[in-house]
Design a protein around this ligand. Structure first.
Ligand SMILES: Nc1nc2c(ncn2[C@@H]2O[C@H](COP(=O)(O)OP(=O)(O)OP(=O)(O)O)[C@@H](O)[C@H]2O)c(=O)[nH]1
Ligand SMILES: [Mg+2]
Length: 308
């Protein structure tokens, strides 16, 4: 009889869900592991609103990374839809990468997320990922790490990384690989995500707007791409609308003499060009849509609230 090692290793695959508080660096990790930016990232919390896949395929395994939004605490329909994106992902997870900012101790939201994992998917293997070690003093890191480990009934395997600087990510990939169950190749080897480029472009425009707008305004905006057309092989024309909740916000997004929207457009255009490898002409406009956060039809247009 052949021993296990003499046989071909079975193919492994699984859903690896990146979970954690807003701003922990989940989307940054997705982009770093993928080796290219496919998720919107901003310095402000609550950037991600939808689940997004990043698919890594090798000869021996397929890792399906699932970026999730951090939980939102408001009670509008937008927040409920965003939270259900995270909750559905927990249910589907084979492995949960629980991501923590090493600079901060766990909060009530971490208790909530840990309780959700325990109740909805106790079988999932949790790997605790202490992120931002590049900016966390060693002492804080040690005590915060103990705090996060204590969220779970069994102390999870724990890794320290910097998603931004790509430190420790090789070890993280090895840990994921080791924890993956046997399984089929769900997606074509060439496929890196399920989202269309126009959806990724919308997320990048919103992230650019969030980074360039102050205070509360980032949470009042939504972005829809009206047109995404390849003019020729290496040129794309994009027309997109930034929606705000109130008339006064429109002026702020446009800025004096159109300065602000121009700034947002420049950042977004560069991000989209890096994503699709094409030169982009980006046409941005701003519209008011009152109470859009509670407008189910509009949320569906944004790809949310589709009763998954
Ligand atoms: N210093 C440092 N900053 C990081 C690191 N990883 C992410 N960041 C920064 O943290 C901020 C938030 O990153 P995101 O990736 O958008 O965080 P997120 O967890 O996806 O946030 P939500 O989508 O709001 O839930 C950005 O400004 C990142 O540049 C890291 O390893 N070190
Ligand atoms: Mg995110």
């Amino acid at each position: 009889m052949m021993s296990e090692t003499e046989m071909n290793q079975p193919f492994k695959s699984g859903f690896v869900v990146v979970l954690g508080r807003p701003n922990a660096g989940k989307s940054t990790l997705l982009n770093t592991l993928m080796g290219q930016a496919i998720a919107g990232v901003s310095a402000k919390p609550q950037t991600t609103r939808r689940r997004q896949l990043g698919i890594l395929t090798s000869d021996s395994a397929q890792i399906i990374l699932v970026d999730t939004p951090g939980l939102h605490e408001s009670n509008d329909k937008l927040s409920l839809a965003i939270n259900s994106e995270a909750i559905v992902a927990i249910k589907d997870a084979d492995i949960i990468l629980y991501m923590a900012d090493a600079n901060s101790a766990p909060s009530a939201m971490d208790d909530k997320l840990a309780a959700l994992i325990a109740s909805m998917n106790p079988e999932a293997q949790v790997i605790l990922v202490m992120n931002k070690v590049d900016s966390a003093p060693a002492q804080n890191l040690a005590s915060n790490k103990a705090g996060y480990q204590a969220l779970f009934a069994e102390t999870p395997q724990t890794l320290q990384i910097s998603a931004l600087r790509a430190q420790g990510v090789h070890e993280l990939l090895e840990a994921i690989q080791a924890a993956l169950p046997e399984g089929p190749q769900y997606y074509d080897a060439e496929q890196i995500t399920e989202d269309f480029e126009r959806d990724i472009a919308a997320e990048m425009i919103r992230a650019a707007a969030m980074d360039n707008l102050a205070q509360e305004l980032p949470y009042s905006i939504a972005v829809l791409v009206n047109e995404y057309s390849e003019r020729d092989a290496d040129r794309v024309y994009i027309n997109a609308t930034i929606f705000v909740e109130r008339e006064a916000q429109k002026g702020i997004v446009i800025g004096k003499g159109g300065q602000k929207i121009k700034q947002i457009g420049t950042v977004a255009r560069r991000d989209i060009e890096a994503m699709n490898g094409q030169s982009v002409f980006l046409d941005l406009n701003v519209k008011v849509k009152k109470d859009w956060k509670d407008d189910e039809r509009f949320l569906r247009q944004l790809g949310l609230n589709d009763k998954k």
